[in-house]
Design a protein around this ligand. Structure first.
Ligand SMILES: [Zn+2]
Length: 289
């Protein structure tokens, strides 16, 4: 899911830096990658529609149930979230919107969930692994949300966020929209073994089931946070403490921390011909030089 223009960030990246956390398969007799089962699902997913108020009612129900069932999510702008919250949320979506038909089929192949604090640009991703190196063999699906992007949005009440074309009032709503988006990715991969949120089939499913009108998010990225909260942008000259000295350098990159280049004869040579040492500094530790 690409980010809305401001800068072009994607909801996804192909890289996967999380360990596979395999969930145990659900009991039942579903064979992995059973074409008959998948075709039946395809027929349903390709056509089913819901009235808008039905969609909204179920989405609210999931919002409320999460608040009452979760041990971590105790308020709409929650400050901690667990993997179990994502697992429960996706299960509720499957039960309400798909009559519980998707997850057992995905689990028959292999499905795991995760939250990542290291995803600083993409809000979520769904990775399909082919452990047998064979495109036709059973796969492993991995659905991951970025806790970092969720937490730094709605941080100071100020700016609302639009996710999937819908304005989110709180962090939990944003988490739901991202989870819905990634769930559609899972469904597409599961059934058709390919998919893309910038294409018609994905958008049709996301629209009919969840009322999405866009496939992008507007959650606050580190770069935006650096600018609005700390007034720091790439290229700025900044000062920071390191050991017992104050160093001055230039901001070269902003992820979870800022990468600062400090000119130093012992450093590596950069394209401008000068030598720099690299420092990784939390944004709040920087001040403009
Ligand atoms: Zn996407």
């Amino acid at each position: 899911m690409p980010r809305v223009p401001r800068s072009s960030q994607s909801f996804h990246s192909r890289s996967s830096h999380l360990k596979v956390n395999r969930s145990k398969p659900i009991r039942g007799k579903i064979a992995p990658r059973d074409q008959k089962v998948l075709s039946k699902l395809a027929g349903e997913v390709a056509l089913r529609t819901f009235p808008a108020e039905q969609i909204a009612r179920w989405q609210r129900e999931i919002h409320q149930n999460t608040l009452s069932l979760s041990r971590s999510i105790d308020q709409p702008n929650f400050t901690s979230v667990g993997r179990d919250d994502l697992v429960r949320m996706i299960r509720m979506y499957d039960d309400l919107f798909f009559d519980g038909k998707i997850l057992p089929v995905a689990h028959a192949e292999g499905l795991s969930f995760g939250l990542s604090s290291r995803m600083t640009r993409v809000a979520g991703k769904m990775v399909t692994h082919y452990p047998h190196g064979d495109h036709e063999a059973p796969r492993q699906f991995e659905l991951i949300l970025s806790s970092t992007l969720l937490f730094q949005t709605f941080e100071d009440e100020g700016r609302p966020a639009e996710v999937t074309g819908r304005v989110c009032k709180d962090r939990l709503e944003a988490m739901q929209r991202v989870a819905e988006h990634e769930f559609v990715h899972l469904i597409e991969m599961l059934i058709w073994n390919d998919g893309n949120c910038s294409e018609a089939r994905f958008q049709s499913i996301a629209q009919r089931y969840f009322g999405h009108t866009d496939y992008r998010h507007d959650l606050i990225t580190q770069r935006e946070r650096a600018l609005t909260k700390f007034n720091i942008r790439i290229g700025d000259e900044v000062r920071f403490r390191h050991d017992r000295q104050v160093l001055t350098g230039r901001v070269n990159r902003i992820t979870r921390r800022a990468t600062i280049l400090v000119e130093n004869a012992k450093g590596e040579r950069f394209s401008d011909g000068h030598r720099y040492l690299r420092f990784y500094v939390p944004l709040e530790k920087l001040s403009k030089a």
